[in-house]
Design a protein around this ligand. Sequence first.
Ligand SMILES: Cc1cc2nc3c(=O)[nH]c(=O)nc-3n(C[C@H](O)[C@H](O)[C@H](O)COP(=O)(O)O)c2cc1C
Length: 220
Amino acid sequence: MNGDSGRMVFKSAAALGLVAVLGTALLAAVHQLTAERIEAQERRVVERQLGQILPASEYDNDLLHDTIELQDEAYFPRGQVVTAYRARRDARPVAVIFRFKAVDGYSGNIHLLAGTRYDGTLAGVRVVSHRETPGLGDAIEVEKSDWVLGFNGTSLRDPGPGGWAVKRDGGQFDQFTGATITPRAVVDAVRSALEYYRLNRERVFQQAATTPTDDTVREP
Ligand SMILES: Cc1cc2nc3c(=O)[nH]c(=O)nc-3n(C[C@H](O)[C@H](O)[C@H](O)COP(=O)(O)O)c2cc1C
């Protein structure tokens, strides 16, 4: 190789390297931007849904900032970080809304909010995001069907332990036509959250709030 062709190879290699570096940087920037957008979108969904689960008239604290983060593999599996939004009135506990995920869905995690009143009665459940199949598993969305409203007013006592399953498994919650996996995953996860609450109620309300940041609604 003479000097000229050596320089050309070097230049081409340098140009290729530059393109690779720029391409990677661009991808990283797009990824970051997309992640931020999804997070902002989810935050808006969560804020709206918190209001659907528990009307603001029922508490007088700042729900969005009276939060703790918790982990308990036995009740919230796969290392998930759960956010608990605490509602109080005159400083007395009223309800807690857990943000967590059902990990046994048909297509990945189903992000959920489940609000329980102080006595362990469910105020409501909502699906924040999921990737279940449209027309099959997506009836868990309140916009698609009223299935999720079937949790309102339930507790670990009512129905009893046998009832906390889809009908196909002997419980009281409907499955969907041709789609049992999705509702089964949601029922199991909500029951598990209630079991966690039964064992940890006082701690959930007494623990010092996490420093209020945007993290309170971040991806668990
Ligand atoms: C392409 C495809 C997508 C599916 N999506 C879902 C889904 O999102 N949720 C679900 O529960 N089942 C889904 N199913 C069905 C499950 O594989 C399974 O058959 C069903 O949940 C079991 O319910 P069944 O016993 O009532 O049929 C899907 C099946 C196929 C072939």
